[in-house]
Write a protein that binds this ligand. Structure first.
Ligand code: TRP
Length: 377
């Protein structure tokens, strides 16, 4: 298993990641606590889509003492958005609703330009705007959401990044990210930029405002750097809540744009969705009679996992589907047809929201926000 910010492959053992990364499991106590604020436990918590954290308890303690916190998440715009990207965003929106929290959303167009030789700067920026439509389609409150493009907002971001970079040695960056002598010098500096949004609210408000980052666990290395530096700049260490990956439609591995046939993009048309799902790998037996006799393996099946992680809210129904699969009572084709319908409906609705977001994006960028608020930073 390989899990770094730039590569996720192999069979992922989430317990092992908690140990290796030194994060903490989301305990029943913490889950119960989260459920109390929300008046019920979000499906992604019940199903352990989010499974690990750092200092979530401290954020909630501060909140109980009447201190607000901000949310921070982001996206590296390397291509169109796919279903896997939406998982942390959907949950972040839930947190924004429950805690009335401000959200800083960073687009690391600089990062993607630096690591991909196919992307031009223009293309990376254009993808930021494309992906921003998907972000706002998830339903974030425009009054409480600030979009950052590292390239568009380079002036402010660079000036804050150097404050962080001064405290991070090359040997730390190598140990955390595995940089090599062959890595370009831009990407070595980049982690400082990803740390900046953790502290922006504190900088603008001129007081320490804690930050909670919902993100997939592969981003954790960045937060180790940010957490190291935070006290040196007089800020709280950013807290995290980590989610797992959505599998692709092939065998093993996370959903990844580099394998488009195993990936549902938010811009896909219904025909492509249908085709990709009908061609998907499943946890079923190799023949119908084998499947009927021995049953399937839902926990290894992307089709089942889409139901479990994203689409079927009803715990009883999802449990029933799992049992039926294990007993060989439902065939893969039947399951695929159900999920294909759900995915198509979901994407259709998302595309409507995406179009509606077109007019609002421009005003949400950091430069516009600061202009409106009269903040010079
Ligand atoms: N580096 C992330 C990526 O490649 C993008 C990102 C920036 C991000 N800031 C973040 C992701 C904060 C999660 C949380 O996708």
């Amino acid at each position: 298993m390989v899990v770094t910010p730039w590569e996720v492959s192999g069979e992922i053992d989430y317990e092992k990641l908690i140990r290796e990364f030194g994060t903490k499991p989301l305990t029943d106590d913490l889950l119960e606590r989260l459920g109390r604020y929300a008046g019920g436990l979000h499906m992604m918590l019940r199903r352990r889509v989010f499974f690990s954290h750092r200092d979530l308890d401290l954020i909630l303690d501060a909140y109980d003492d009447g201190r607000e916190f901000i949310l921070y998440t982001g996206r590296g715009p390397s291509g169109q958005t796919h279903l896997g990207h939406l998982i942390p965003w959907i949950f972040t929106k839930h947190l924004q609703d429950v805690f009335s929290a401000k959200l800083y959303f960073q687009f690391t167009d600089d990062e993607k330009f630096l690591i991909s030789h196919e992307l031009t700067r223009e293309k990376a920026m254009a993808l930021t705007y494309e992906n921003a439509l998907d972000v706002m389609a998830v339903g974030f409150d425009p009054e409480r959401t600030i979009l950052i493009s590292n390239m568009r907002n380079a002036g402010l971001m660079y000036n804050r990044a150097i404050e962080i970079a001064r405290h991070v040695t090359l040997s730390t960056a190598k140990a955390v990210f595995g940089f090599k002598d062959s890595s370009n010098i831009g990407i070595i500096f980049f982690p400082a930029l990803q740390a900046v949004p953790c502290f922006l609210e504190s900088i603008f408000e001129e007081r320490d405002v804690p930050c909670l980052i919902p993100a997939a666990i592969d981003q954790d290395p960045y937060w180790r750097i940010a957490r190291d530096v935070a006290p040196k700049l007089g800020f709280s260490k950013p807290a995290q809540i980590h989610c797992r990956f959505l599998p692709g439609l092939g065998k093993g591995g996370k959903m990844s744009s580099s394998m488009p046939e195993t990936c549902i993009f938010t811009t896909d048309d219904p025909k492509s969705i249908e085709r990709k799902i009908m061609n998907a790998f499943t946890g079923g037996g190799s023949t119908i009679s084998e499947h009927r006799e021995r049953g399937g393996r839902p926990q290894e099946c992307p089709i089942f996992l889409y139901e479990y992680l994203l689409f079927e809210e009803d715990d009883a129904k999802v449990g029933e589907l799992m049992d039926k699969c294990r007993r060989g009572e439902i065939l893969c084709g039947e399951c695929k047809a159900i999920v294909a319908e759900k995915v198509k409906r979901f994407i259709e609705r998302h595309q409507e929201m995406r179009e509606r977001a077109r007019g609002m994006i421009e005003d949400l960028f950091l430069d516009r926000y600061l202009e409106r608020r009269g903040i010079r930073a």
